[in-house]
Structure formats: C-alpha cells, structure tokens
Ligand binder design. Sequence first.
Ligand code: CDP
Length: 253
Amino acid sequence: MARRKKIYEGKAKILYEGPEPGTIVQYFKDDATAYNAQKKAVIEGKGVLNNRLSEFFMTGLGQIGVPTHFIRRLNMREQLVRSVEIIPLEVIVRNYAAGTMSQRLGLEEGTQLPRPIVEYCYKDDSLGDPLVTEEHIAAFGWASQQDMDDILSLALRVNDFMSGLLLGVGIRLIDFKIEVGRVFEGDFQRLVIADEISPDSCRLWDIETGAKLDKDVFRRDLGNLADAYTEVATRLGVMPKNATPITKPTLIN
Ligand code: CDP
C-alpha cells in the first residue's frame, strides 16, 4: 500500500489522509499523557481498547440519531471518519464534581451536581485549554449562537446516552469531554461529534466500589490503566475477556 499522508499527530492519535476525499483515518496510539503532556507513558493495548470503545459509543450514538464523524473501524488501531472542521472548544459535561471543578469550587470529588453542567474550554495546549464563557466564544467568533444551541443539545444527548449505557454495567459517568466538528453538505453545514469518546476523555467510577476506570488511574498512579480500560470494555461486551495483553506501563520520561 502506498505510504499515507500524515495530516496531524496529537498526543494519543495520528490522523492520516483517508482513501476518499472527505475521509480521514484515525490511528490510536498507546501513548498516554496527562497534565498537558507533562506526564507521559506508553501503555500497551490502550490504543486498541480506545479504538474499540470509541467505535462502540459512536455507533450507539448514531443509532439513536446523534450524528458523529465515525464511518467504520478499519482494523485494531484505525477507524475511518469523516473529515470535519473542528470547533476549537472542548465541551465538558459533568454529572458529579471531580478534577478541575472540584478544585475551582471546593467541592468534594463525587458530589452529585444539581443537574448536568456543561463547560467550554478553548482548545489550545499552549494555554492549557482555558475555561471560557459563551461571551468569549461569541466575541471571538469560535462558534455562532446557533452552533452553541446545537452543541448544548448534542452534549446533553451524549450525556444521557452514555450515562444510561454505563449505568447498565455498573459504572457511573462522572464527567466527559467531547469535541464537535462541522461538516458541509452543499450550502448547509451541520455539527457532528468528532475526535473520540473513550476512557481517556471520561471519568468512570465503579458504582459499587468507587474504583476509577478511566485516565485518572494513570494521572494519579492508581494501578494499571490497560486493566481498567479492559474492565470497561469487557463489561460493555466490546472486547472478550483476556483479549488484550496486560502489561506494565513503560515510563518514557
Ligand atoms: O482532567 P482534568 O482534571 O485536567 O480536567 P477536568 O476539567 O476535570 O476534566 C473533565 C473531563 O474532561 C474529564 O473526564 C477529563 O478526562 C476530560 N478532559 C479531556 O478529555 N481532555 C481535556 N483536555 C480536558 C478534560
């Protein structure tokens, strides 16, 4: 096969030009990063798990009518997606306080919020993805008012779908991040869920024990990340038991 053109390499994924115009191949790496890439490791099997889990969540969303960029999984580490124009926002939905919200507001992690709270961060690693308000978004023209209405509705639909799905397998969805992209169809544009939905971008706690089954396992050195992700995949029936090699993370700096 001819060497594909690399479009972009991020912290956890590489994007290649897809086989047809308007498509992209998303390759899931085993690299894990936290605290804006200050902490790094290679976790064998993580990319395979996230490829499968993101496929599973995106496919399910498509089935309930939430549009996503996902087209199909190509192999263990790659999926074909629609090329989109990414809106430069990280859209965070929170059901329980954790992470930066707990720090900012002095709320104990795990405190249930009165209702789901949606936050927006400006996507810029060099600034550490700062929290912004809808005023900033409108003033700087990152998204229109119509876009913001659509983003809020998409984010809440993803939250309901993911919360229900995970509750069914004994997992509490504490919070998650999505990215949204524009696709152009003739004169029209519409917004779709892009990037990935995986335990890298969610907080997932076991309902019975409170055990963390997400990237906090890596961020906070709580155990083996691949084991945690395998547990999520197994409960959801996405991966058969023992399908991924369980190995210790290799620290690369
Ligand atoms: O994760 P951290 O404590 O730095 O930030 P947060 O604002 O508490 O993150 C809320 C949720 O969004 C968590 O599930 C994070 O994993 C996710 N997130 C992400 O996937 N990527 C980011 N750049 C920031 C947050």
